[in-house]
Design a binder for this molecule. Structure first.
Ligand code: ARG
Length: 245
């Protein structure tokens, strides 16, 4: 009997220590955002600092939650795994809600409407819509909805890049015929590169949302509440405006 009592006490102590430990881990006052900071104006690095709409929005959300925001930058196609393995608490990366992703993460309320756009060389007169992309060489960022629409185009040769900038540089160099990427980043890339222009792709509308690990109801509700508040009180509009120039 004594033997069992000791064992019981030892187990109980171990359990208590574990509980304290996980408790502490969960509430260290830091909230980690996963992103791919190569997607202006939503997230990018400027003068060694993270900037962009998602970055400022996430900062405002963290403030609402009374937490300090820590940004973890990675490849776009690594974000969902990072969420599921607990490496980050949420993702804010101009990520479009889509059914495939919805199987693996829980999305917050939507905060931005986007659409895929085509970028071509400024002198290109052949590509005027997505129908003209048949059989063409198309560049996209790995793991994005731009990739999903590009591979649907008949006979297209799709090249994947780590980020949109690399894709547009390859386009400027004439190695590919077009880039398919979200409209707002596309506009930013073209503004910086006079050798390129935008073509309306007439693709379907997409919506950006932030994401949490599937089943993390508590954080989902907290972020939704904060996001809704920031959209209602004008903070969100101010942030958007700042990056729209
Ligand atoms: N909206 C697109 C998608 O969800 C592209 C997002 C790319 N975001 C980024 N931070 N690189 O696939």
């Amino acid at each position: 009997m004594k033997k069992y009592l000791k064992l019981f006490i030892a187990l109980f102590a171990a359990l208590a220590i574990m509980l304290v430990f996980t408790g502490c881990q969960k509430d260290d006052g830091i909230i980690k955002m996963g992103t791919n900071a190569e997607f202006p104006p939503f997230e990018y690095v400027e003068n060694g600092e993270y900037a962009g709409i998602d970055v400022e929005l996430a900062q405002a959300i963290a403030k609402e939650l009374g937490k300090e925001l820590e940004i973890v930058d990675m490849a776009f196609n690594a974000l969902i795994d990072a969420l599921n393995s607990g490496k980050v608490d949420f993702v804010a990366a101009g990520m479009s809600v889509d059914p495939e992703r919805e199987k693996n993460v829980d999305f917050t309320i939507k905060y931005y409407n986007a659409t895929q756009t085509i970028i071509v060389q400024a002198g290109n007169e052949n590509i005027k819509s997505k129908d003209d992309l048949v059989g063409k060489k198309i560049g996209v960022q790995t793991g994005t909805t731009g990739y999903d629409v590009a591979v649907e185009i008949k006979d297209a040769v799709v090249s994947t890049y780590e980020n949109g900038l690399e894709a547009t540089m390859d386009l400027a160099n004439g190695n590919i015929d077009a880039v398919i990427i979200d409209d707002f980043p596309a506009k930013k890339y073209v503004e910086k590169n006079p050798g390129l222009k935008l073509v309306d792709g007439q693709f379907e509308e997409e919506q950006y949302a932030m994401a949490v690990k599937k089943g993390n109801k508590k954080l989902l509700e907290q972020i939704n509440k904060a996001l809704q508040k920031l959209m209602d009180d004008g903070t969100y509009d101010k942030i958007l405006e700042k990056y729209s120039d």
